[in-house]
Design a protein around this ligand. Sequence first.
Ligand SMILES: O=C(CO)[C@@H](O)[C@H](O)COP(=O)(O)O
Ligand SMILES: [Fe+2]
Length: 225
Amino acid sequence: MYRIAPSILSANFAKLGQEITDVIDSGADIIHFDVMDNHYVPNLTIGPLVCEAIRPLTDAMIDVHLMVEPVDRIVPDFAKAGANIISFHPEASSHIDRTIGLIKDQGCLAGLVFNPATPLHYLDHVLDKLDLVLIMSVNPGFGGQKFIPEALNKLKAVRQRIDESGKSVMLEIDGGVKTDNIAEIARAGADTFVAGSAIFNAGKDNDPHRYDTIVSELRAELDKV
Ligand SMILES: O=C(CO)[C@@H](O)[C@H](O)COP(=O)(O)O
Ligand SMILES: [Fe+2]
């Protein structure tokens, strides 16, 4: 099963609630929620208060991508705010296994995120505890960047590891996903596709159906796989 996860980083923050309702009504599956701290990454975005505010608007899963350092202190706040998935970068945690445990103890699904240059060996002793692996196909910090093709090799390697483990682990890709590359990304093994600028830059303002076309086009590409 393929899931489309619009990244609200590229949404119109002045109309965030409407953006979320409209994008889910257009057929998207998951809300991808990018948290940046101006420390681990050179940008500053949104926190648990915004997660709590959008939680009542949708039954869709909220997929919190933490780009913060340190990680642990903020995890319970996001769990209380209604996050379903919480993912973090291994470089930002001093104790990766502990952070995974903390996320799961809070009742959330746990994900580990790999930057373009982060080696996959961080999976070696924790894959069986993870619910999601997120491969970054851009360097974290900004929407609208170009897809880094090496991410395809990484996806293939992780897909093999997940299949060999026999566990059901989501494999998510994040960065530069568009209609012209989503099928190739799916063929490399991803099942969950974050798309920020591709979705939120499409369509005209104030049309509640403005995201229908782009979400359908992304799905049509996936149907070809
Ligand atoms: O985590 C990040 C960036 O750090 C992403 O989730 C971006 O928001 C994806 O945006 P596009 O590359 O799809 O525009
Ligand atoms: Fe993200």
